[in-house]
Design a protein around this ligand. Structure first.
Ligand code: CMC
Length: 392
């Protein structure tokens, strides 16, 4: 074990070479395949960014048309999915439902279990994932509400179709508000990839054993669920609500976060790599103001969030540790203004991160990376003899 370097949490260990996403934590730079995140979030669409991440280049018009058409052809899911869904209690967290439904695709498409699938077959799995994930996500919500599910409407764009599956009710006409659909598209772009974070590393790790793409992505969803990762967006709103209910005293919660005897952390603050600012948070903060004002929504927790941010940025504890608001700090406020319920926030993150997971899985596969298998430094008992139970 003398040769083994210990690095818990892989803070300084590179697991792969990657040509997908560039991130400079000191400068707060994030680029997908060389394109700046601020530019993509203004000019591109989520499906175009998905294509870019997965295939490496921005699509031509005909490539884009073929890609989006192919996706609409696969939005329907097998009717038996409804039986799986019906087995979940209505209070099941939608992240668990989503990862289970995604994993079930390996049963509906068992060819995916063959690690030597052709490129064409792999592309079909990729399209299926992008096409069916919004259907599963919306259905997880419908199951929770006890409402009948809505089938996809392929005449609509990616986000409008998702919103319709989420919110349309029988005997009512529903049309997604274009402001809402556009804001959602932008949020998905901002979440689309973030190099070797916990869920992405999980996808690559599971994929490295040649498990199916569906099993690998399902594992990524589970990793994302935790409050230190994607689950932070739900925790942020719950924290802001708690502060509001407790009289709105941001300072009190700041002190709690600084107290080493208190497990409480300021949710939506801090990042493993960004030590200056999170470029996504900057864009999202501005978007939160814009979206709320365009929708005419006032949300008192936005004020609390701003107050908390201001107080933290001027507090020595946070300054010393280079803790800044991350992507999750303001995203929940926008999701809420868009009508998305709190326990669906992390599902929204998963919808956004899907192309990144796919691109990273594909890169791992094409580079023929070895199975992921970290080492350890053993610190347990040395050899000892077995003692029969009556002698212990
Ligand atoms: N509130 C209070 N103290 C904090 C926080 C926080 N949110 N984040 C880090 N610290 C302190 C931490 O206690 C430690 O202090 P000390 O040096 O005195 O022991 C120091 O800052 C360094 O923290 P760390 O835990 O060693 O840093 P890490 O790189 O292991 O963790 C993190 C990064 C994001 C898990 C962490 O900052 C955190 O728990 N933040 C809150 C959860 C959150 O917002 N997660 C979303 C991350 S961004 C998007 C995503 O991945 O989904």
């Amino acid at each position: 074990s003398g040769l083994i370097t210990l690095d818990p949490g892989y803070k300084n260990t590179g697991a792969t070479k990657s040509a997908i996403t560039f991130l400079d934590g000191e400068e707060g730079i994030l680029r997908y395949r060389g394109y700046r995140i601020d530019e993509l979030s203004k000019k591109s669409t989520f499906l175009e960014v998905a294509y870019l991440l997965i295939y490496g280049e921005l699509p031509t018009q005909s490539q884009y048309d073929a890609f989006t058409k192919e996706i609409t052809l696969h939005t329907l899911v097998h009717e038996d999915i409804k039986k799986i869904l019906a087995g979940f209690p209505s209070n099941a967290h939608p992240m668990g439902v989503l990862s289970s439904l995604i994993c079930s695709l390996s049963a509906f498409y068992p060819d995916s279990l063959n690690p030597n699938q052709s490129e064409e077959e792999v592309n079909l799995s990729i399209v299926r994932l992008l096409a069916k994930m919004p259907t599963f996500a919306a259905w997880a919500f419908k199951n929770k509400m006890g409402h009948p599910v809505n089938y996809p409407d392929n005449s609509l764009d990616y986000c409008s179709n998702f919103l319709k599956m989420m919110f349309a009710l029988p005997a009512e006409t529903y049309e997604a508000d274009p402001i809402v659909a556009t804001a959602l598209d932008k949020l998905l772009i901002l979440h689309a990839d973030h190099e070797q974070n916990c869920s992405t590393s999980t996808v690559r790790m599971v994929g490295s054993s040649q498990a199916s793409i569906y099993a690998s992505i399902s594992a990524g969803i589970n990793a994302l669920w935790g409050p230190l990762h994607g689950g932070a967006n739900q925790s942020v709103i719950e924290m802001l609500e708690a502060i509001k209910a407790d009289g709105g005293d941001a300072k009190k919660y700041l002190d709690k976060a600084k107290d080493k005897n208190d497990p409480f952390r300021l949710m939506g603050f801090g990042h493993r790599v960004y030590k200056n600012f999170d470029p996504r948070a900057k864009i999202i903060k501005q978007a939160a103001d814009e979206v709320l004002s365009r929708l005419g929504v006032t949300d008192p927790v936005l004020e609390i969030a701003k107050e908390l941010e201001y107080a933290a940025l001027n507090d020595q504890y946070f300054i010393d540790r280079k803790l800044y608001p991350n992507v999750d700090f303001y995203s929940g406020i926008i999701y809420r203004a868009l009508g998305i319920p709190t326990d669906m926030f992390t599902v929204m993150f998963a919808l956004g991160r899907l192309p990144g997971w796919i691109a990273q899985w594909k890169e791992m596969r094409e580079n023929k990376e070895p199975i992921g298998r970290p080492r350890q430094v053993y610190v347990g008992a040395t050899e000892r003899d077995y003692v029969f139970i009556n002698k212990r």
